[in-house]
Design a protein around this ligand. Structure first.
Ligand SMILES: [Ca+2]
Length: 177
């Protein structure tokens, strides 16, 4: 047992944004997580967690959910109990999508979007989506098991610009640039 290689046991991913100006269509961001096994770590997720889809083992949960960004603090919050995930899972990717139900909507049109990834009170990553203004969805966090089975965090945003958000959960696990 090595004391220096302790990985991440539990992570929290939070997203917030400001509501659309009065009279305009609502802005709705959604956190999405996909889980992957060693059989296909960059392929199709074994399961996906979002506002409409729960994790079968209860390890990944969307604790807070917003349709319009109204209210104070973080609008959407997801917790990932990585240490409870079955050993066959080797990778978890978290993304954010901008809902397209009112037409083409990108991060560049979202008012003051922000994300934060934490373990306990330790902030692992923060970002304002400024690097992906033309994207309709983006991966924002990646957790990967190392050779010791400990979970490691990889930051960085990768944008996707497909208007059909149904494709995003299927492709969000691709290797990142
Ligand atoms: Ca939402």
């Amino acid at each position: 047992m090595s004391g220096i290689s302790k990985g991440i046991d539990k992570a929290e991913v939070s997203v917030k944004w400001d509501p659309s100006p009065a009279g305009e269509d609502p802005t709705d961001l959604d956190i999405v997580a996909g889980t992957y096994t060693s059989d296909d770590p960059y392929g199709a997720p074994v399961y996906v967690v979002h506002f409409d889809s729960r994790s079968p083992d209860g390890t990944i949960n969307l604790n807070r959910d917003s349709h319009d960004g109204k209210g104070f603090g973080w609008d959407e919050v997801m917790t990932l109990e990585l240490e409870r995930l079955d050993a066959r899972y080797v990778r978890v990717v978290v993304g954010v999508v901008v809902q397209q139900r009112y037409g083409h909507h990108t991060f560049g049109r979202v008012l003051r979007p922000a994300l934060r990834v934490r373990e306990g009170y330790t902030v692992l990553a923060e970002d304002d989506f400024a690097g992906v203004p033309d994207a309709t969805a983006a991966t924002i966090a990646e957790f990967v098991r190392d050779d010791d089975g400990e979970w490691r965090f990889r930051a960085g945003l990768t944008g996707f610009d497909d208007d059909d958000l149904a494709t995003f959960p299927r492709v969000m696990g691709r290797a990142r640039a």
